[in-house]
Each structure stands twice: as C-alpha cells, then as structure tokens.
Design a binder for this molecule. Structure first.
Ligand code: SF4
Length: 226
C-alpha cells in the first residue's frame, strides 16, 4: 500500500472544462502518467518520483478547508490519478467532510480510463486516448465523455467511444434488477487541443452538425487562471 500520494499541486479554482464548467472546485493533481500523449499540457506531472508524498490526512484537511470556502466538489486529476489506488484518499475526504459538514464532498475524477476505478467517485470524466483505449469498465461507468480533438480521426474515435459507452450503459441498465433510476447516458463533449486553430474549427463544425455533442473549451486557460 502507498504511504502517501505524489502530488504536483492542489488549488481552489473553477472547473474550466466540460459539464461542470464555471463551478467552484478544489483540484488535487496527482503525479504519474504512463499514457504519453504527445500533446499533453501537464507533462511535468508524468514522473511520480519528482514530487513529495502527501498523506491522505493532510490532503483531506485541505479539501475540508476548500469546502468551507465554497468549493462544491473536489476534482482528482493528473497525470493519471487512477494509476494510484484512490480508496484511502476518497475515504478520508468523505469521512472528514461528513463529520464537519452536513454534506459529504462529492468527488470527481478526470481519467484516461486505462486503469480500474478506485475511490467510488461521484462523477467520472473520461477523456479516452486513441493510442491507449480505455477499459470497458470505465467506458460503461463514465458520466461525461470528453474527447480531445486535433484531427478528423479524433472525431471518428469520439463517435466510436460514445457508441460503446452508450451500448454498455444500456446493457447495464437492462441487467439491473428493478432499477428505479432512468438510464443515464454519458454527456458528450469534444474539446479542441489548446492553441490549435484547425482543431477548433473542426470541433466547432462538428458540434454544429451533431447537437448531441457539446463543445468544451478550456475556459481557465482563456481566463489565465489555474
Ligand atoms: S493521459 Fe492526460 S496526463 Fe497522461 S499524457 Fe495524456 S493528457 Fe497527459
């Protein structure tokens, strides 16, 4: 078991992308990623040994402080957060926020989906990669599918991922005994690679022709905030 988690940074800001854009959130960026996307904008997070290990107690206290200052949820991001077992951290966050507040802090995870899910997140943002496709389990459980677009083949990949995710959710729904909840399909986003004009045009034209997809822009970068 890990004695702590390698942490690049943590900060209170707004969620800049996807379904919860514009909402107050506390981010914990975990180090380590073996996925190796050439266009990655957090390459500094790839090495797990370049950062100090932080205890789950310290991290959960930071979450509690952010919650008292208005953060609506915590986002575990990276790097690839699911390279780590997130059970101890998520348990500690839930425990401390349930003791101190009336409401347990929701936990969101941003993942490429290459590892199994730990931590029982309340929200899974899956950002799958063409060169390292996600595990079926993550595709079937994601709440939000966000595909980064640089070229046309990324849109074909996005459609294939959406088809598989919806199919898996429908199968799970059918097999659930007396499910009282309606079928929840994942929200679909295409997000142009940052600073890539051709990608922006591609994504914009795509969502204009495919209204089931939404455009996700990295608003925090436009604003110049973390
Ligand atoms: S999965 Fe995310 S952190 Fe890892 S290389 Fe790709 S973009 Fe970077």
């Amino acid at each position: 078991m890990e004695s702590g988690l390698p942490i690049v940074e943590y900060f209170h800001s707004i969620q800049g992308e996807g379904a919860h854009v514009g909402t107050s959130a506390f981010f914990i960026r975990l180090a380590s990623c073996k996925v190796g996307c050439p266009w990655c904008d957090t390459k500094e997070s790839w090495s797990p040994t370049s950062y100090p290990l932080e205890t789950v107690e310290k991290l959960s206290l930071q979450v509690l402080k952010a919650a008292s200052q208005g953060a609506a949820f915590v986002v575990l991001t990276g790097g690839e957060p699911l390279h780590h077992n997130l059970n101890p951290l998520c348990n500690a966050i839930r425990k401390i926020t349930s003791i101190q507040n009336s409401q347990v802090m929701p936990i969101h995870i941003e993942t490429s989906g290459v590892d199994k899910i730990t931590g029982q997140p309340n929200w899974i943002t899956l950002s799958p990669k063409r060169h390292a496709p996600p595990r079926t389990e993550v595709l079937g459980r994601c709440h939000e599918l966000k595909v980064v677009v640089h070229e046309k083949d990324d849109l074909i990949f996005a459609e294939e991922m959406a088809k598989q995710a919806i199919h898996l959710k429908e199968n799970l729904f059918r097999s659930a005994i007396k499910s009282t909840k309606p079928l929840e399909k994942p929200l679909l986003f295409v997000q142009p690679g940052w600073g890539h004009t051709k990608a922006q045009d591609l994504a914009l034209e795509y969502v204009k022709r495919n209204p089931q997809w939404r455009l996700s822009m990295q608003t925090h970068k436009w604003l110049g905030v973390l």
